[in-house]
Design a protein around this ligand. Structure first.
Ligand code: COA
Length: 349
């Protein structure tokens, strides 16, 4: 995945047709803010900027983004951070702001690595507007802070921003992912995924982003439709993957509001597995809730990472059964196997 083949239409080729005026307006606003932020820099900073032009940062990101999804963007940002952090906190923050504006401003002219179904655009626009708003408000913690990485990845459409989540392609080998699961679960997963069980594949996985708490209160299927439509129009995606402590089926006894996480994937046909619990998952589960901590201390609950794979065939069957055409509020449809927008994806990933 990465730079699309020569001749592939850029995002602008489609956007200039007026399909997504909100994106064009947002990019224009980002361009104006970028120009103003550059003009605000004093001579000293200006010299520094000349030594480290945004073009360099963009190309560092471009190179790293040959890896799909969030991974490539995180890697590119680490390279940039290593350079800018040595110049102090204030410059590091300024540079992050410039890079965000630049990434948003150039979105319409860039060829992005994913096909985007029309149904996903409204959420993407909401997400991009939030990125622009928070950047202008000076909301920034650090280069490797997860929301900043996601902001840049979303602004590049390397991942797709939804309300509350950011999703993209990750490379997983199901056999390795499930290796510490009970044998019965492994066998069920292998029978379900067939040959894909043994192969490294491309799985669509979502991570928390702005508004995650609120989105967990919404019906699973509303957000899942957008994800499934995205899988549909990106043929290189082998299926969906949900994974983390919030997917643990045992959690529903403790916190019923998480039950849709595993249930939604299972209803699509997915099969589950256990994975050794990530220390970060463990800490998040225990530290974000007094109630969970008390149950843990009483020996009644222990955070565990649980995942579910949904095979591409099931994702497609599910989305085709959802009758999207009739229910899509703005009348825009997702046609099976017809990417309704916008830019071509490389099939290599
Ligand atoms: C995932 C997460 C957003 C879910 O939040 P949630 O839907 O409110 O559900 P939780 O059960 O986790 O709630 C945790 C606590 O937040 C409190 N809470 C509820 N609404 C809140 C709000 N708007 N702001 C702050 N705290 C709130 C609850 O009272 C609860 O405390 P309690 O269990 O002692 O009563 C939250 O657990 C979190 O921030 N976790 C850390 C990040 C994480 O693990 N993400 C998922 C994997 S990537």
């Amino acid at each position: 995945m990465g730079v699309a083949e020569a001749g592939a239409p850029s995002a602008f080729d489609v956007l200039k047709g007026g399909e997504r005026p909100a994106i064009v307006a947002l990019a224009e606003e980002a361009r104006i803010r970028l120009a103003a932020a550059l003009a605000d820099l004093g001579d000293g900073q200006g010299a520094l900027l000349a030594a480290m032009p945004l073009a360099w940062a963009t190309s560092a990101l471009e190179r790293a983004a040959r890896k799909p999804g969030l991974d490539g963007v995180s890697e590119g940002l680490r390279t940039i951070a290593a350079r800018v952090r040595t110049d102090g906190r204030a410059w590091s923050e300024t540079y992050a702001r410039l890079l965000t504006y630049e990434t948003l401003a150039t979105l319409p002219t860039r060829t992005v690595p994913l096909n985007v179904p029309r149904i996903a655009w409204p959420d993407i626009e909401t997400g991009l507007a939030a990125v622009l708003r928070d950047t202008a408000a000076g909301v920034f913690s650090d280069w490797d802070e997860e929301f900043f990485e996601k902001d840049i990845a979303v602004a590049r459409v390397a991942v797709i921003g939804e309300v509350g989540r950011a999703g993209g392609i990750e490379r997983w080998t199901p056999r390795y992912a499930a290796k510490s699961s009970p044998l019965g679960l492994k066998l069920k997963l292998a029978a379900y995924l067939r040959g894909d069980y043994f192969r490294k594949g491309n799985y669509w996985r979502r991570h928390q982003w702005r508004g995650y708490r609120e989105v967990l209160r919404q019906p699973f299927n509303v957000a899942a439709e957008k994800v499934a439509a995205t899988v549909l129009v990106n043929k290189q995606v082998d299926g969906m993957l949900g994974i983390g402590w919030v997917f643990d089926p045992a959690l529903r006894e403790v916190n019923p509001h998480f039950k849709d996480m595993p249930n939604g994937f299972a209803a699509m046909g997915g099969r589950g597995f256990y994975k050794p619990t990530d220390p970060l998952s463990f800490e998040r589960a225990i530290t974000t809730s007094q109630a969970r901590r008390e149950l843990y201390e009483a020996g009644k609950y222990r955070p565990i990472d649980y995942g579910l794979f949904v095979a591409r065939r099931d994702v497609l069957r599910w989305i085709r059964g959802r009758n999207l055409d009739a229910r899509d509020a703005d009348g825009v449809v997702v046609e099976p196997d017809q990417p309704s927008l916008i830019v071509r994806a490389d099939d290599q990933c």
